[in-house]
Ligand binder design. Structure first.
Ligand code: HEM
Length: 126
């Protein structure tokens, strides 16, 4: 069952050895993650005990970062104190069907180039 916290309870967890942050009503314990955070310890410590949704979003964290934060989830904010969700959720299947030029080239360039080369060789040698 998901553990529920009030914002007041999280406010107290603002030390390096006991640091929790809130992103989109989800509570993350970042005490053990701080030293590994690619964005540095300071920024997490500054936000410890607070709602860091805006900061997390404004940094433009990658999808990997959004998935990674799941490892530190310890619970959620009680219903009555939930705020509007502002960061985009990661949907692991999103974009799979998207036809991008890059994706197209990555898939088709090698076989097409090989076929063209083989054809040229064939035409010139025979
Ligand atoms: C559990 C929560 C978090 C995780 C898992 C996380 C993860 C990451 C990762 C993987 C990066 C490298 C860039 C990327 O892949 O996007 C990063 C960079 C960064 N993060 Fe976080 N982060 C978290 C929370 C936060 C919060 C709450 C803030 C701000 C209050 C923050 C501020 C930054 C900054 C400033 C950078 C550096 C961006 C740059 O160099 O351009 N992060 N974070």
């Amino acid at each position: 069952m998901t553990q529920l916290f009030t914002r007041k309870e999280i406010e107290e967890r603002n030390r390096k050895d006991n640091a929790a942050i809130i992103i989109d009503n989800v509570v993350y314990d970042v005490s053990k993650f701080m030293e590994d955070h690619p964005g540095g310890v300071e920024v997490l410590l500054d936000n410890a005990g607070k709602d860091a949704s805006r900061c997390f979003r404004d940094v433009g964290h990658s999808d990997d970062a959004k998935l990674w934060r799941g490892e530190f989830k310890i619970g959620e904010i009680v219903k009555e104190e939930q705020w509007e969700v502002i960061c985009q959720e990661v949907n692991s299947s999103s974009g799979e069907d998207e036809l991008t030029l890059r994706g197209f080239l990555e898939v088709w360039f090698p076989p097409v180039a090989f076929a063209a080369l083989a054809l040229l060789t064939y035409v010139y040698l025979l």
